[in-house]
Design a protein around this ligand. Structure first.
Ligand SMILES: *[C@@H]1O[C@H](CO)[C@@H](O)[C@H](O)[C@H]1NC(C)=O
Ligand SMILES: *[C@@H]1O[C@H](CO)[C@@H](O)[C@H](O)[C@H]1NC(C)=O
Ligand SMILES: *[C@@H]1O[C@H](CO)[C@@H](O)[C@H](O)[C@H]1NC(C)=O
Ligand SMILES: *[C@@H]1O[C@H](CO)[C@@H](O)[C@H](O)[C@H]1NC(C)=O
Ligand SMILES: *[C@@H]1O[C@H](CO)[C@@H](O)[C@H](O)[C@H]1NC(C)=O
Ligand SMILES: *[C@@H]1O[C@H](CO)[C@@H](O)[C@H](O)[C@H]1NC(C)=O
Ligand SMILES: *[C@@H]1O[C@H](CO)[C@@H](O)[C@H](O)[C@H]1NC(C)=O
Length: 470
């Protein structure tokens, strides 16, 4: 990735920076409806937690802070995890130390590429799908695509969260397509791209079908996550409804997993679903999942209380989950996965039920510059693109003195970005919820140059922030 390139280039001159960011885990590949370790050939089941300490009310990039990683990565290891999902990162930060710590601990990352301010909006999805928005998505891909322990990217989380906003799926699917085409154009590894669906019983299966349908391979997801809170307390494979979901998704052609689970109707949670998820009851269709969530926030789903920058307090839920993981082995062999299911047929447009269009909008034309030059200067979390429609002047993202193709995409210049506090109230956090931004702070650019503010972009962001506040 860009950072690694520039570090390597510098090291050639100074001979002092060689050790940065160079540990690696085997890439996890998809084959049929399952994940496999590309080196050992073993089936890979996600044993993960959803990870966003601070939640959406105190948005923090947990992979951008060495202190936070030093505190949490050993806890992940103690718990027995092989993956975490992060909903929002700050693409201006340097993530190499945390990604290395995670890699050394054998832990993969599933990363949502949106921020509360930069995502598809449910109330105006067409406008929110614009070149400035795609720039933030692509800049996040630039930052993460080259870490071998990135398992996948989510193009959206719970954007469809009701019966009346299925039309937004059209634009999320366009983002899936653009992300996959972007990685090809930039010669990146084809990191799997997916969508994480809310458990809206009326349309979650239509969503799964829609994101996996059509003849354009680039527009189909490579993996699909379902957020599912149906197993509560001492439930069972049948009582929870898991058995029906195995039936419903058994023909699905790409890996499917529980991107959030862990009902809190019974507390402390016994996590008896672990025994079912990692058994042959599920393994032919599902590839594990992620417990919602690591840190205890206002909605009370936590496994640990964050006590300080250095300590966490492990709750009873934590100990129960750890015990369940320890006593549950993965199924042997390939778990009965399906290698050759074909992709879905597209659900037809039906007013009030499924209003996503099977003809996707073309990518905003201004964004095609990113395919040749990279995304340019990353804008961080508080960059509100939802109402920017198609007014982008993309040349503003390339502020460094003209240089060759590859290095002009690195953010050599510093910049300010506004950090946001978002008002998303759902269990998860970073989907298309409209949000308000109020605070502003400068953040350190990963090149280490602080303060070389690029006025036009910052001004643009501020105008939008004021629009929200007023
Ligand atoms: C990390 O860098 C060191 C020094 O350049 C090298 O010897 C080692 O092979 C690298 N490790 C990986 C996993 O790339
Ligand atoms: C927000 O998160 C930061 C970083 O983890 C922490 O230092 C701060 O105390 C938190 N603020 C609140 C109000 O919780
Ligand atoms: C969908 O319905 C909810 C009420 O159930 C409403 O708050 C929301 O604004 C509606 N969304 C759209 C996109 O119409
Ligand atoms: C990272 O980039 C280097 C140089 O382009 C490439 O050789 C390597 O395969 C990439 N690694 C991954 C994991 O994509
Ligand atoms: C799965 O595929 C089989 C064979 O094509 C078909 O008979 C069956 O109805 C499908 N099941 C579902 C749930 O789509
Ligand atoms: C679907 O998109 C196409 C192309 O943008 C448009 O012509 C058509 O009207 C849309 N259909 C619906 C039902 O919105
Ligand atoms: C676009 O931005 C560039 C770089 O800041 C600037 O030189 C150019 O005048 C801008 N174009 C328009 C049409 O605003």
């Amino acid at each position: 990735m860009r950072l690694v390139h520039s570090v390597a280039a510098l090291a050639g001159l100074t001979g002092s920076l060689v050790s940065a960011a160079n540990s690696s885990l085997p890439i996890i590949k998809t084959e049929g409806n399952a994940f496999f370790d590309s080196e050992s050939g073993e089936r890979f089941y996600i044993r993960g937690v959803d990870y966003q300490p601070g939640g959406s009310s105190n948005l923090t990039d947990p992979l951008g802070s060495t202190d936070i990683c030093k505190r949490d990565v050993p806890v992940f290891q103690d718990l027995g995890l092989n993956a975490v999902r992060v909903y929002t990162i700050d693409n201006t930060q340097d993530h190499s130390e945390c990604m290395q710590m995670l890699a050394e601990a054998g832990i993969y990352v599933i990363l949502d590429v949106n921020t509360p301010d930069s995502s598809i909006s449910r109330s105006d999805p067409a406008c929110s799908y614009n070149a400035d928005y795609l720039q933030t998505v692509f800049a996040t891909i630039d930052e993460f695509a080259n870490y071998s322990n990135v398992l996948g990217f989510f193009a959206g989380n719970e954007v469809i969260n009701d019966v009346n906003n299925t039309n937004s799926a059209t634009y999320v699917k366009a983002v899936v397509r653009d992300m996959k085409k972007y990685m090809k154009a930039r010669n990146y590894r084809a990191v799997p791209v997916g969508y994480s669906a809310a458990d809206v019983s009326e349309n979650v299966q239509l969503a799964a079908q829609y994101f996996n349908c059509g003849d354009d391979e680039d527009a189909r997801v490579d993996m699909f996550g379902v957020n599912d809170y149906s197993w509560c307390g001492q439930s069972s494979f049948r009582t929870s409804g898991y058995s029906q979901k195995v039936q419903a998704y058994k023909n699905y052609s790409v890996p499917i997993f529980l991107s959030e689970f862990g009902c809190i109707k019974t507390k402390p949670r016994p996590f008896t679903e672990i025994g079912s998820i990692y058994s042959t009851q599920m393994s032919s269709v599902f590839s594990g999942g992620l417990v919602y969530e690591y840190s205890n926030e206002d909605n009370n789903y936590g496994l640990v209380d964050i006590e300080s920058d250095t300590t966490v307090n492990k709750l009873t839920d934590y100990n129960n989950l750890k015990q369940q993981y320890q006593s549950t082995q993965n199924p042997s062999g390939d778990g009965g996965y399906s290698k050759d299911n074909s992709h879905s047929s597209c659900p037809s447009f039906e007013e009030g039920t499924w209003e996503a269009n099977n003809t996707l909008p073309p990518m905003p034309s201004a964004a095609s510059l990113f395919f040749s030059k990279g995304a340019g200067q990353p804008m961080g979390t508080g960059y509100p693109t939802q109402q920017m429609c198609d007014n982008a002047n993309v040349s503003e993202y390339f502020t460094t003195s003209s240089s060759d193709d590859e290095s002009s995409s690195t953010s050599a210049s510093g910049k300010s970005s506004a950090s946001s506090s978002s008002s998303s109230a759902s269990q998860a956090s970073s989907s298309g919820a409209t949000s308000t931004s109020s605070t502003q702070s400068s953040s350190k650019s990963k090149g280490g140059a602080v303060g070389a503010v690029h006025v036009p972009l910052v001004f643009k962001a501020m105008v939008h922030i004021w629009n929200y506040v007023l």
